[in-house]
Design a protein around this ligand. Structure first.
Ligand code: UT7
Length: 326
């Protein structure tokens, strides 16, 4: 094998807004209860951004933490990719706002919109720059204020989502072109636009001229989730040249504990290898994977050199997985 440039994760950071909303809190505004939410989703609570916090504020906090972890400053950053479905404004991109707020030098900054799969898509997009020598210090951020898209009269959706942000720093590192290399070593991305009616927001600048509210046929999405995610996991592992059984930690999108368990069961994965934050964070869309990664590192489970598999499915439908050796 010959030498190759890999996109290596050198820093990880997270941020969760202070305000916590419990299932009990929600039972006061819609016809629901803690027992139903826990049994059907595994969610216990979620964080909610303050009224004066924009998604870029959450992203900036996570980015600062990731940069500190990597031993970098905003002046080192030459690429920012923000995965979000809840941007501050229709334009400019939230990434450009994050760049300004961090005080970065002029570089490349743009958003990626793949809803809950956004972080996986953004990692592969950033890899395209880092591995080809166009960026030396990239921030890949998943940041969401999903609570702003909720219809607070719809108990089928408003109990499921939360706000937060997670970020990684990617830097180029020399690899040997094998699956022992540190960095992003394989991925699989998918979109099926024919199923967009299952999960979407019913507004937008060129249709209603409004932001809109999230609409979901939850049980239909659930049916696709386990099958689609499992297929992407197998494809990403094959692309990386690893066996699913060799993966040290699965870092999934946190939509529903039953989906995490279903994928683990289908692929014969020990559930002890699955990092789950769904009870504490709920579904934070594009932020959920980097938030789970940060938690796994902070509590000492996930260590440098471990083989990680990140996977997600969301509106679009989009889904995908990527394999990273930390
Ligand atoms: O991140 C993007 C991807 N999103 C997902 O992966 C979400 C996938 N879907 C899910 O996680 C699950 O489908 C849900 C958690 C959304 C719903 O669970 P479910 O087991 O599929 O329930 P259901 O939608 O089939 O509803 C069952 C019952 C219904 O009542 P009836 O018609 O049987 O009388 C609902 O009205 O549960 C009722 N229900 C609730 N009850 C109490 C729905 N939401 C609630 C609620 N509290 N919050």
């Amino acid at each position: 094998m010959s030498a190759v440039v890999r996109s290596v994760v050198t820093g990880v950071g997270a941020y969760l807004p202070e305000n916590v909303v419990t299932n009990h809190d929600l039972s006061k505004i819609v016809d629901t209860n803690d027992e139903w939410i826990m049994a059907r989703t595994g969610i216990h609570k979620r964080h909610k951004a303050a009224d004066d916090q924009a998604v870029s504020d959450l992203a900036v906090e996570a980015a600062r933490n990731a940069l500190a972890d990597a031993g970098k400053t905003p002046h080192d950053v030459d690429l920012i990719v923000v995965a979000t479905t809840t941007p501050d404004l229709t334009f400019p991109a939230t990434a450009a706002i994050v760049q300004r707020k961090l005080g970065c030098n002029v570089g490349i900054a743009f958003d990626v919109q793949a809803v809950c799969s956004g972080f996986v898509f953004a990692m592969t997009v950033a890899d395209g720059f880092v591995a080809r020598g166009h960026a030396k210090c990239a921030l890949v951020i998943g940041a969401e204020t999903m609570t702003r898209l909720m219809d607070w009269t719809d108990r089928g959706t408003c109990v499921l989502f939360g706000d937060g942000a997670g970020a990684v720093v990617l830097e180029p590192g020399e690899g040997q072109g094998t699956n022992a290399d540190r960095g992003l070593i394989g991925f699989a991305l998918r979109t099926d636009g024919t199923k967009q009616d299952l999960l979407y927001v019913d507004g937008g600048p060129s249709t209603t001229g409004t932001v809109g509210k999230l609409r979901m046929q939850g049980n239909q999405v659930f049916r696709h989730a386990v099958i689609n995610i499992s297929e992407a996991v197998v494809a990403a592992a094959a692309h990386a040249g690893v066996d699913v059984a060799d993966v040290d930690w699965f870092i999934p999108h946190q939509a529903n504990q039953r989906i995490l368990a279903g994928v683990a069961h289908r692929l014969g994965i020990d559930e002890k290898k699955v990092i789950s934050t769904v009870a504490e964070h709920a579904n934070t869309s594009a932020a959920s994977i980097p938030l789970a990664l940060a938690e796994g590192i902070a509590d000492g489970r996930v260590k440098r050199g471990d083989l990680l598999l990140m996977e997600a499915m969301g509106g679009g439908l989009t889904w995908g997985a990527c394999v990273v050796r930390l």
